[in-house]
Design a protein around this ligand. Structure first.
Ligand code: AMP
Length: 436
């Protein structure tokens, strides 16, 4: 299957070719014809599957063929709701990239930056608005935008928006749109809450479901290092230096922890930056740009801040701390081994985290390979302590996970030390439990 067989216009095809793509990903091959045919869509697809182009390309086409060709002042024709600022910027970039030969205007609307420039753009009129729910509501309250002309609505990463507590905002926004419109919903999971949302919104939707473009089993080698709580920093520095990692995404559980770790790495001479919800939009964008340009080698991020980061072929992901919720592990390691390249996902696990590790292994339906590095062997006398901070420390208004971490995990088995050329953990596993 080629892009040329999907019924897309020449201008859009040219933009796709300019990106170097000639073969649609499975989600694109399925979704594009359905959206072009005017269907509502319920798509189970995660980041990394090519979903953004899967909705962007047909929307551009529908809008450029549509009756009212250009947007009126205040009145956009398509709205894409996304959970985070980073995703808003990225989706808007995709709209611009694929729409560069078309006379359509788009903008990204998100919080954490001044409202004035966004107001001017919205009032002047754009065809496509990519927005986070909170800031969009601010603009709606100030009458900077009128949703009565929306023809197409996309809810991107709907599960994350609900996780982040946006459900009420979303419902308010939905109430301001015409009933008759085309709606597309993308989500990695389909909880009862999502199904509830879908029921009132989608009209006889087509469903599309794809596996990750690179299932972890194919592309990502995963293992854990057992190490004491207090020695994680030194082990991380050791690993980065020993293997000369030049682009590592490190996950920390809290904003404060991310800052502290980034500073510690800096003192060890490793160029690093922290990415979390307390950083300004400018700081976040700079951190991401520097990381992509390899000016900083380590990005220490919280789960929420890392959502939607799109870096091709990210070679290493490190779970400095395990996530409180096992599904987040799959999200995290989905950051590596994308676009056909292989990657490594490494977790540093201390005695406090055995229960979390067990949860992850249950979700993955297999055990992760355990390794111990000589000089970093865990001290069996150290007892587990509760993990205090919840996973949602970075989210707006959502409650912390609040789970304790005790549990009768069997102690680590000593010691494999083939650290020079670590054997890939094989297996044919594909993590289950994401789609229902
Ligand atoms: P997404 O799932 O939308 O975040 O896309 C993941 C990555 O795949 C992005 O870097 C896209 O630029 C890239 N991509 C999208 N469509 C294709 C395609 N047809 N062929 C190769 N790469 C693609």
């Amino acid at each position: 299957m080629k892009f040329t067989e999907l019924g897309l216009d020449a201008g859009i095809l040219r933009a796709v070719t300019d990106q170097g793509y000639d073969t649609p990903t499975p989600i694109q091959a399925q979704a594009i014809p359905l959206v072009l045919a005017g269907r509502d869509l319920m798509a189970a697809a995660q980041t990394g599957t090519g979903k953004t182009a899967g909705f962007t390309l047909p929307i551009l086409q529908l809008l450029s063929q549509g009756s009212g060709l250009s947007a009126k002042r205040f009145k956009p024709r398509a709205l894409v709701l996304v959970p985070t600022r980073e995703l808003a910027v990225q989706v808007n970039e995709s709209v611009r990239t694929y729409g560069k030969h078309l006379p359509l205007r788009s903008t990204a609307i998100f919080g954490g930056v001044g409202i004035g420039p966004q107001t001017r753009i919205l009032r002047a009129g754009v065809d496509i608005v990519v927005a986070t729910p909170g800031r969009l509501l601010d603009h709606l309250n100030q009458r900077n935008i009128d949703l009565s002309g929306i023809e197409i609505l996309v809810l991107d990463e709907a599960d994350r928006m609900l996780d982040m507590g946006f459900i009420r905002d979303i419902r308010k926004i939905l109430a301001l749109m015409p009933k008759k419109k085309q709606s597309l919903l993308f989500s990695a999971t389909f909880s009862d809450e999502i199904r509830g949302l879908v029921a009132g919104l989608l009209n006889n939707p087509a469903t599309v479901e794809v596996a990750r473009r690179n299932a972890p089993a194919e592309a990502v080698a995963q293992w854990i290092y057992h190490v004491d709580r207090e020695r994680k920093r030194d082990l991380l520095i050791h690993l980065i230096e020993e293997h000369q990692w030049h682009q590592v995404l490190v996950f920390a559980r809290t904003k404060h922890g991310a800052d502290a770790l980034s500073e510690r790495l800096g003192r060890a001479g490793i160029r690093s930056a922290a990415l979390h919800g307390n950083k300004s939009q400018g700081q976040r964008q700079r951190a991401l740009d520097d990381f992509k340009a390899l000016k900083v080698h380590v990005l220490v991020a919280t789960d929420i801040a890392a959502r939607g980061i799109d870096i091709n072929e990210l070679p290493h992901v490190v779970n400095y701390e395990l996530p409180n919720v096992a599904e987040d592990y799959v999200h995290r390691i989905g950051r590596t081994g994308r676009a056909g390249s292989s990657g490594e996902a490494i977790s540093l696990v201390c005695v406090d985290e055995y229960k979390l590790l067990r949860d992850i292994e249950r979700l993955l339906k297999r055990e992760l390979e355990k390794r111990i590095i000589p000089g970093f062997e865990p001290d069996p006398r150290i007892k587990a302590e509760p993990i205090m901070k919840g996973r949602r420390s970075d989210a707006t208004g959502a409650s912390p996970g609040g789970r304790s971490s005790h549990g009768g995990f069997r102690p680590p088995q000593p010691a494999k030390s083939n650290r020079k050329s670590p054997a890939r953990s094989g297996g044919t596993h594909q993590p289950g439990g994401r789609h229902h």
